[in-house]
Write a protein that binds this ligand. Structure first.
Ligand code: GLU
Length: 537
């Protein structure tokens, strides 16, 4: 049956959602806003992760709240050395400083879940005692057997759920005595949630409105693992409660876990205590969810900063090293899933804090466009003052073995070329020739039309430059044109060769600005060198 939804119905639904969201936001201001970013330190920080940080941060700052960073490292098998430090380096680069974290401490420490191990046990035992969870002693072989037995075309990966739990080796099927005996004899076990059958679990997502799940479709997730560590599901709920988190924001990929979390909140702390949830839209690449592979394939960064996998040594380039400014990175991420309803695109962090609102975050996936990302960077390079850019440009040049100690000259260079730089790394090509002779000389662009008159012109021009002191680039240009006219040359015929002599290629700002800044000694030297190269052998 096809149901046609009229525009008035859409309007009504939108009004209901808007009222619900306004209510949630008002509620949120009643209690202290406390949000958290809860990364698992397993590798590079994806731009989607930084956007989650950013939206958390903006919301916290807007409402005078706290931004907590909690390290979710309960899966010891996925531990990657250096990943935690790397996350904090990225946040520092972005200027998104947490109020509480493993680095700067806080009232609710420890902020690393592996150090909170003992706390989770108490809660999980409470769940078992109340019949919401149970011990499961199944061996890997028994689990495999269950999957093999139940696998069908419609159900290729059978779950441990209400349909099979009564055929398995757990505290629901074994006698109390047997359970005690197994625990006493150190038989490995996990604790699983007992998902209710045929119940509907719902909650109001600040972006998506009411979201409902059929509990029969959710498996009996493990809450406590055999090594005594909680799984993410248990730890996230316990910690959000203990750390008084008021709003829990995370990526859409966590939405399927929400029914487990809502039930744990209901059983342990009551639904009234539950934070307000929001699940941010996916960031889409050229083919579905943006992945590291897309970055490698299309040549754009996906991580905030360079990440080297300690196991494989594989380096994945970051936005920072690619030449992005943190201001631009933050700005472009803010607009990947949010806008303030106007045409404005350029925002500083403080403006974002002022303008950001959760009701303008979209629920549909946001498409990442690398060309647009570069546009943001270009705008920020033009916008930021030269003094701020100077140390960053120095780093770019130093990476190419150009050490600059004349800050005044570098400032003038930056002013001259910044309009031509999309990435900070473009300053290499656009600024290097002011400090070092060009490495590549595109002589092929002038050679075919070279003649003796041009040689004579440049010899004469070199001696004019040598003998005169030009007050400004404009005066130099006048002289250049006069000399060309006196030798029956059009200015265009000698202007491009002059540029190539100084710069090495057909690029850069006004050529007389370049010559003036290089100074007459260096300009004459470069002219003579190219004349020598052009001499017939
Ligand atoms: N530890 C989860 C992650 O790695 C956090 C999910 C959440 O914020 O609840 O993304």
């Amino acid at each position: 049956m096809i149901t046609s939804i009229g525009s008035s119905q859409i309007l009504q639904t939108s009004i209901v959602i808007a009222i619900a969201i306004a209510y949630i936001c008002r509620m949120s201001t009643d209690k202290k806003v406390r949000v958290r970013f809860a990364p698992s330190p397993t590798g590079g920080l994806h731009l989607g992760g930084v956007r989650t940080v950013l939206y958390n941060y903006l919301f916290a700052k807007k409402y005078g709240g706290d931004f907590v960073v909690r390290i979710e490292d309960t899966d010891q098998t996925r531990f990657v050395p250096g990943a935690e430090e790397y996350i904090f380096e990225c946040l520092k680069w972005c200027g998104l400083y947490p109020d509480e974290s493993v680095v700067n401490g806080g009232e609710y420490r420890p902020y690393r879940q592996s150090e909170r191990k003992e706390r989770y046990k108490l809660y999980v035992e409470e769940l078992v005692a109340e019949g919401h969870a149970y011990y499961a002693f199944d061996t890997p072989e028994q689990l495999e057997e269950m999957r093999n037995k139940n696998r069908t075309d419609e159900n290729p990966s059978p779950q441990y759920d209400y349909k099979v739990r009564m055929q398995m080796r757990n505290s629901l099927t074994l006698s109390g005595e047997e359970v005690h005996r197994l625990i006493r004899s150190n038989t490995p076990y996990v604790i699983r949630i007992k998902m209710p059958q045929n119940e509907t679990v719902s909650f109001t997502d600040m972006i998506r409105g009411e979201v409902s799940f059929d509990t029969s479709l959710v498996d009996d997730k493990v809450l406590l693992k055999a090594d005594g560590m909680p799984t993410y599901h248990l730890a996230v709920v316990v910690d959000d409660h203990e750390m008084k988190i008021s709003h829990a924001f995370r990526g859409e990929e966590w939405l399927p876990s929400a029914p487990v979390h809502v039930l744990l909140w209901k059983y342990l702390f009551g639904l009234d205590a539950m934070p307000q949830w929001a699940h941010f839209p996916l960031i889409l690449g050229p083919s579905g969810k943006l992945s590291k592979r897309d970055g490698a394939k299309y040549g754009f960064p996906v991580f905030a900063m360079n990440w080297t996998d300690p196991k494989t040594g594989e380096l994945t380039e970051g936005f920072k090293e690619k030449g992005f400014l943190p201001e631009a990175f933050i700005n472009l991420l803010a607009l990947l899933g949010w806008n303030d309803g106007t045409e404005q695109e350029i925002y500083s962090l403080s403006e974002l804090v002022e303008k950001f609102s959760m009701d303008r975050v979209h629920s549909a996936g946001a498409k990442f466009d690398y060309e647009k990302a570069k546009w943001f960077n270009h705008e920020w390079i033009k916008k930021l003052n030269t003094g701020y850019l100077l140390p960053k440009v120095k780093v770019v040049l130093a990476a190419k073995n150009i050490e600059v100690d004349d800050d005044a000259k570098l400032s003038t260079v930056i002013d001259l070329v910044k309009d031509r730089c999309t990435l900070l790394t473009d300053f290499d090509e656009q600024a290097a020739y002011f400090f070092k002779e060009p490495k590549i000389m595109e002589l092929h662009a002038i050679q075919p039309k070279w003649n003796e008159t041009k040689t004579a012109f440049f010899k004469e021009w070199a001696s004019v430059l040598f003998s005169k002191d030009f007050a400004d680039p404009h005066q130099m240009e006048e002289q250049f044109k006069e000399l060309a006219a006196s030798m029956q040359l059009k200015p265009g015929e000698v202007m491009m060769p002059f540029r190539i002599m100084l710069v090495g290629g057909k690029f850069g700002p006004h050529v007389f600005d370049i010559a003036h800044l290089l100074g007459k000694g260096e300009t004459v030297k470069r002219i003579n060198e190219v004349l020598k190269m052009l001499e017939p052998a």
